[in-house]
Ligand binder design. Structure first.
Ligand SMILES: [Zn+2]
Length: 127
């Protein structure tokens, strides 16, 4: 939850920066997107204002950009890691949970088991 809050706040900050670069007011952005002024203002301020991907997409379009450009660039602070351990040599490392989710999606699509190679002993580590 706290990480989510941070994520929304970072995106909100990016939206604000982009809007100011274009010299557009919050009122104008609200008008362009058909969202309320308070919704726009909440997104840009450090409040718990969540929004959908489609809202982000609409805002990005109104700001004449791609929503990917509004996502966090340096998202170190929001990345959660999972510890991975090699059962053979006890090597351990951390992998971002997002990456594991992606790997699991690939696993579901291909029904192949995802194996990582241990950098230390070169044996296969199962996720
Ligand atoms: Zn190992």
């Amino acid at each position: 939850m706290e990480n989510d809050l941070e994520l929304y706040n970072i995106i909100g900050k990016n939206i604000k920066k982009r809007r100011k670069n274009l010299g557009i007011t919050q009122e104008k952005l609200a008008e362009l997107t058909n969202y309320s002024l308070s919704f726009i203002a909440n997104i840009e301020s450090r409040t718990y204002q969540s929004f959908s991907i489609s809202a982000l997409n609409n805002i990005a379009k109104a700001l004449n950009t791609n929503m990917l450009n509004l996502l966090p660039k340096d998202n170190k602070e929001i990345i959660k890691n999972k510890e991975i351990k090699c059962e053979y040599c006890n090597y351990h490392t951390e992998i971002p949970i997002e990456l594991i989710k992606i790997l699991n999606n690939i696993h579901e699509l291909t029904s192949k088991k995802i194996k990582l190679t241990c950098p230390k002993c070169n044996k296969k580590i199962l996720l």
